[in-house]
Design a protein around this ligand. Sequence first.
Ligand code: ADE
Length: 226
Amino acid sequence: MLKIDILSVLPELLEGPFAHSIIKRAQEKGLLQVNVHSLRKWAINKHGQIDDYQYGGGAGMVIVCETLANAIDELQAPAPYDEIIFMTPDGVRFNQSAANQLSMKGNILIICGHYKGIDERIRKQYVTQEISIGDYVLSGGELAAAVVVDAVGRLIPGVLNDETSALTDSFQDNLLAPPVYTRPSEFRGDKVPDILLQGDPKKVEAWRYEQSVQRTKARRPDLLDE
Ligand code: ADE
């Protein structure tokens, strides 16, 4: 069972992503629990303030220490987090191996940044991992957090119906997945490869592996160096 708490300025953004399909089923099966918390709950005054101007000047507000510290302290009072993750474009690039590692944890917190970000002292004092989902800037960390929860949630043992299906995903062995086909066996003159129609499992496996290697060489040669 993996429990994921998410701290967000815009919890509404996270209402959809976990309410469907695999991640919904993971929660129904009791293998995953996702709780989204509004940072406003820990506002520093009755006006709901959670951010302030940055020292030194410059555009953009910064989420204040007190709000985040109080939120984290309260949320982890029952049990300390295994990881406190901050979603940020200057974090470590997320990948399948990071998703695998997180799927084995018990209790994690994800902080979604907004505006210019969060006070550096929270990153120093609380955050144990900083994750970026790619080299582009989103308006906030929510969509990035949704990506991480989805990638991690489906890897929790028992979540996928066919346990082996995560093993054949792209990236699991630093290889991209091979092409797949379904009926009809011919579409606009384009035929499904014979090997797949013949039904010899050994040959199919060898063909898929070869296709994976070819595809990885052509599209992501960097993966083969790893
Ligand atoms: N917040 C804004 N952009 C982001 C990114 N690329 N990855 C993670 N969090 C972000």
